[in-house]
Each structure stands twice: as C-alpha cells, then as structure tokens.
Design a protein around this ligand. Structure first.
Ligand SMILES: O=C(O)c1ccccc1NCC(=O)[C@H](O)[C@H](O)COP(=O)(O)O
Length: 261
C-alpha cells in the first residue's frame, strides 16, 4: 500500500470515530459557524506575490521539520509578512497537526485560512467551518468526480472556498467543475514523494482561466516563483522552506520582500 492509500485508510477510521464522538449537530453550535469567511482566491488575484504559507510540523517525506513553534506565533508572523493566506495542516498522525492548530490560528489572524487535510467526508467540511477555516483542500487523487462535486458543493453552501489539487492530466480532466475556486498543481507526487516544478509548468495551459492557479510544494526560491508566474500561476503554497527555520514569519517576510524587488 502506498503512503496516500495508508493515510486515507487511517482517515476513514478517524472520521468514523469522530462522528460517533462529536455529532454534526454539536459542530453546528460552534460560534465560528456564523462568521463571514475571507476569500483566498480574491487575495491571490489582487496580489503580486501570491504566497500561501503553511504550518507543517512534520511530513511523511521529510519526517520532522519543526516541532518547537507555537502556531499562534507562526500565524501572526505569516500575517505580518504579508502572505495572502495560511495553510494549516490538521492531520495528526502523519503531519503532527490538529484542529486545535486551526482554532488557534483563527484566533490570531484575519487572513484566509486553508484547512489542509485529506477530506473524504462532508463531516470534515463542517469541521473546517466550525474550527475557523475559510478554504478547504480537495485532493483529486483520492476522490471520484462525483465525490469532488458533492464535497465542493457542500463547502460552497457553507461559504467556504475550494482549492482542488491535482498532480496529472487525468486528475485535472476529471475534476474541472464550477464549484471549485482554485486549481492547485502539486509538484510532489504524493505516492512517490518525487518533486518537480515541471508538473506545474506542464499542466498550466490545461487549467481554464476561470480558476486561480496555485502551484504547491517544493518551492524554495524567488526564481522558481518568477518562472511559475510566466505559466499563469498566481498562488504559491510553501511549507517546509519557511517552517524549517526558527522564525517562519521572518523567513516569509524576507522571501516576500525579495519578490517585490
Ligand atoms: O509533504 C509531504 O511529505 C506529503 C506527503 C504525502 C501527502 C501530502 C504531503 N504534503 C502535503 C503538501 O501538499 C505540502 O505540505 C504543501 O504543498 C507544502 O509543500 P512544501 O513547501 O514542499 O513543504
């Protein structure tokens, strides 16, 4: 079984357990359910830099990245640096994240927050809203077209935006539909962990202009962003490059200032 299949198998068990412990009716009572969400797509469209900075303690490909930071400090640092949005990994077993991280980030900043999760069930979308997200991620590699439609429409009905992630042409072709806001190309093959920015470059022209294009993973230089912009990308999801430092917010600021020059 590859790592993605393992993550999804574990996620199914986790979601079933959570549903039995915290019913949807309880999630609906969260004060955060009533709030107006912020638009990441709009922030990316009007930005010249387009950085979405991620909170990522560890990962299957890199093991430990940084376990010593306070998520609230990281969120404030990213917001002060001028990022367009923050991605918060909420998977515990493989990434060391949690829904508490999302709530704490929400309490600290007003910038758009992406719940970075392996979403397979509408319950997780309700959780995303109840714990403070503005955007959810859907991964085409683990969902059928029908599931993408149901989950994205459910997110939209709650006022959440949808970032749909693909890694190849087949995933892209099966996924395109009006209930998506942003199309992300993951430069990391989630089955082999190989990273190549060529994935974003190759798929770019097949992404319809109605969607904001986001390039994800393996981005660590200003040069890479300048190149990806030429292929029409307006969003750039960066995790490890910031999180491996002692002060991710300061690293993001130096990076963004460099992009403005
Ligand atoms: O990062 C991993 O090892 C990974 C493994 C399996 C599934 C997903 C994985 N990462 C999620 C992401 O997409 C990245 O955290 C995100 O794009 C940032 O990537 P990076 O800048 O390379 O940290």
């Amino acid at each position: 079984m590859n790592i993605l299949d393992k993550i999804v198998a574990d996620k199914r068990k986790e979601v079933d357990l959570k549903k039995s412990l915290i019913p949807i009716s309880q999630l609906e009572t969260s004060v955060l359910m009533k709030r107006t969400t912020a638009s990441l797509a709009a922030a990316l469209r009007k930005s010249n830099t387009g950085i979405i900075a991620e909170h990522k303690r560890r990962s299957p490909s890199k093991s430990v990245i940084n376990q010593n930071l306070n998520v609230q400090d990281v969120a404030k640092g990213y917001a002060d640096a001028g990022v367009c949005g923050m991605s918060v990994l909420t998977d515990g077993k493989y990434f060391g994240g949690s829904l508490d991280d999302l709530v704490l980030a929400r309490a600290s900043v007003d910038i758009p927050l992406l719940r970075k999760e392996f979403i397979i069930d509408e319950y997780q979308i309700m959780e995303a809203k109840a714990y403070g997200a503005d955007v959810i991620l859907l991964i085409a590699a683990i969902l059928s077209r029908e599931e993408i439609k149901t989950l994205s429409e459910s997110a939209k009905s709650l006022g959440l935006e949808v970032l749909l992630e693909v890694h190849n042409e087949e995933e892209l072709q099966k996924s395109i539909m009006p209930s998506l806001d942003m199309l992300g190309v993951n430069n990391r093959n989630l089955k082999t962990f190989e990273v190549s920015l060529d994935t974003s470059k190759t798929l770019s022209e097949q992404i319809p202009d109605d969607f904001v294009k986001v390039s994800e993973s393996g981005i660590s230089t200003i040069g890479a962003i300048q190149e990806l912009k030429e292929f029409g990308y307006q969003g750039f999801l960066i995790g490890e490059n910031f999180m491996k430092t002692d002060d991710p917010g300061a690293s993001a600021k130096i990076f963004i200032d460099g992009l403005k020059k």
